[in-house]
Design a protein around this ligand. Sequence first.
Ligand code: NAI
Length: 262
Amino acid sequence: MAIHPFKEEITMQDKLVALVTGANQGIGLQIAKDMAAHGFTVLVASRNLARGEAAAGEVGPDALALQLDVTDQASIAAAAERIRTKLGRLDVLINNAAISNTSKRPDQSIEEYSKSVRASNVSLDEVRAVWETNVFGVLAVTQAMLPLLREAPAARIVNVSSGVGSLTLNADPAFPWRSIFGPVYAASKTALNAMTLAMAVELGPEGIKVNAVSPGFTRTNLNNYAGTETVEEGAREAVRVALLGPDGPTGTFSNTAGIIPW
Ligand code: NAI
């Protein structure tokens, strides 16, 4: 029997497939480990392929490294094409990759840095750079992966946001993180929440659930390991909503304690 010229490239993929962006370290790497433990084949996406391969090795035999820079349209398109030819399916997309700043000096405290990036004095280049990754990157990756997700029987999209982006919480003068609410990182997560709701509204009728989660203050590179929670705790809510059944909600923002107001 003749072999279809492209068929040999395609592995018959019966297992569910999850893609985690920025999975080479931190919360993303832990989410990848947890999804593999739940029986998924996990695409460990990383800007740097070698780092992705090292992380995929840590996750185990059900992980595959994927080069993916969420700010680079060519990289995103190539990643989507690779998933289609290599696995032929995508069930869960976890938009985890993010940056907190591009300009914080290592000797600067978070308080000092936040004074230099207030609405009155922040460089627009800094705002654009952080939003490029945390907001537009999520939209671009989601758009590229949607054709595959739409073919999945019950696709899920999880956007890793942060409680510091909640407008409702920050409007309350008693909110402890209010003093660091600003146009760069915190507002990028507010905008990500808006994208989450927009995606949930559009994709709900198709059965694709889209939710945002807040990991909590987790010990990772993002905050120079100043966080108080472990990566296992930080990954938990993202994994829970990635595994929601047909009766689960869409268009929510939550952490392990429950719903967070937008
Ligand atoms: P991290 O800095 O260890 O991980 C971020 C990951 O994103 C890294 O793997 C990094 O390489 C990747 N990344 C950055 N820019 C990228 C790009 N252009 N393309 C692809 N990948 C890129 O930080 P952490 O804490 O693990 O962050 C994971 C998520 O959790 C982020 O969305 C962050 O905003 C969120 N979060 C973290 C909190 C914390 O306390 N650590 C609190 C609230 C939210």
